[in-house]
Design a binder for this molecule. Structure first.
Ligand code: V47
Length: 377
């Protein structure tokens, strides 16, 4: 074991990891409390390299937010507008939504990621037709659309079960679910920051059902607001427990809270070291979830790049036209080209791999030698 890990008081945790013994809540909290960020990162990097070596995934995707009209009033949200008539409220017509894809006919996209507000007045057909239209225009593109919170909302609004909603959307072309809407699973926090949308049990149940129906999904965690270290670790453990049951999660995605223009604007944004630590602890706790993704729009590009040595093996995608974070103060670009993403990864001493949504390799460029020891503190 590295001396630094021992002097950081993390020897017992390193031994557990060596022996394949799972970390528990107290271990996770210790990882958050340890003053030595590099020691925590070293452990996370070791787990990352065991699974992926230096490989770092990204995908060529677009984000479409078809409406920001939303009946929920989450304290962290700067994107939602409560009523269709509000000055900044918008709802795109299906033609406008499809045009976003048509305009990118020249791009070798492999994924469309759709997240919307919870609009009270649209018919269910709006969503099924949206998916059918995407498949008509580009049948080969993977559709990762609608969070579990949206699925629960559709079920309640249209008088269907969660499973019926999922099946109808799958019949229209849905391929997987994104991980949004998880926020923090602990009831204390969820009651405060997201009191009027689907609760933790239902979020997890919808992912369970999606997995049973054969879809893969992601799971997120919104960090850096009012949650404690214990609540962060509890969140990771609840995701891990469902993964033990189903194996359907592909990636765990920590999302850095952005405080501009929302009801928690008095809180400071999480710092760079907090972000690095959250990603590292996620890698260590979620031992059964293959990928830990840094959403560079949320962390900032620089932190996302450094996180490649703190447990992260995935940088999400080219994204394009992101609104949720930019309305909350993100100063990151709205898109990166595959070349820019690859340059970031290569400059970090990692090996870029373009993947599709299901982590099939699309392209590998410039394999580099094993890098396990480069990071030894
Ligand atoms: O659930 C909203 C978050 C999420 C803010 O599955 C905010 O591949 C920070 O889930 N500050 C939606 N975060 C985005 C999302 C996502 C992103 C990237 C990849 C994937 C994936 C999913 O955005 C929401 C919420 O947790 N969010 N407002 C804010 N002010």
């Amino acid at each position: 074991m590295h001396a630094r890990v021992a002097s950081a008081g993390l020897a017992e945790i390193a031994e557990k990891l060596d022996a394949g013994v799972r970390l528990d809540l107290a271990d996770g909290v210790r990882l958050f409390d340890s003053p030595d960020l590099l020691a925590v990162g070293w452990l996370a990097n070791r787990e990352r390299e065991k699974r992926h070596g230096g490989r770092t995934y990204y995908n060529f995707n677009i984000r479409i937010e078809a409406t920001n009209v939303c009946v929920a009033s989450c304290l962290f949200c700067s994107f939602a507008r409560l009523k269709p008539g509000d000055p900044d409220a918008y709802t795109l017509s299906l033609e406008q939504v499809w045009d976003k894809l048509r305009r990118r006919a020249h791009q070798p996209l492999t994924e469309i990621h759709v997240v919307n507000g919870l609009h009270p007045d649209l018919p269910f057909d709006y969503y099924t037709e949206m998916l059918r239209g995407f498949k008509r225009i580009r049948p080969e593109i993977h559709l990762k659309c609608f969070t579990a919170v949206e699925i629960a909302f559709f079920a309640d609004l249209y008088g269907m079960t969660d499973e019926q909603v999922l099946c109808a959307l799958m019949a229209a072309g849905l391929d997987s679910l994104p991980g949004g809407g998880a926020e923090i699973f602990a009831e204390r926090v969820r009651r405060k920051i997201a009191h009027d949308k689907c609760g933790t049990e239902r979020y997890l149940e919808i992912h369970r059902t999606a997995h049973r129906l054969g879809m893969r999904t992601n799971v997120t965690m919104l960090y850096g607001h009012i949650e404690t270290s214990e609540e962060r670790v509890d969140h990771m453990l609840r995701a891990r427990a469902l993964q033990d049951e189903t194996g359907g999660f592909q990636a765990f995605i920590p999302l850095a809270f952005h405080p501009d223009n929302n009801q928690m604007r008095k809180l400071p944004a999480p710092t760079a070291t907090d972000s690095l630590r959250v990603h590292a602890v996620s890698r260590l706790m979620c031992d059964n979830i293959a990928h830990v993704k840094a959403f560079w729009i949320a962390t900032g590009v620089d932190v996302a790049q450094i996180a490649l040595w703190f447990g992260v093996d995935d940088l999400d995608g080219t994204v394009q036209e992101e609104k949720i974070y930019h309305m909350a103060g993100a100063r990151t670009p709205e898109a990166m080209t595959p070349r820019q993403i690859e340059r970031l990864i290569t400059a970090a001493g990692r090996e870029p791999v373009e993947r599709d949504t299901l982590y099939h390799v699309v392209h590998t460029r410039g394999a580099s030698p094993p890098l396990a020891d480069v990071f030894a503190p």
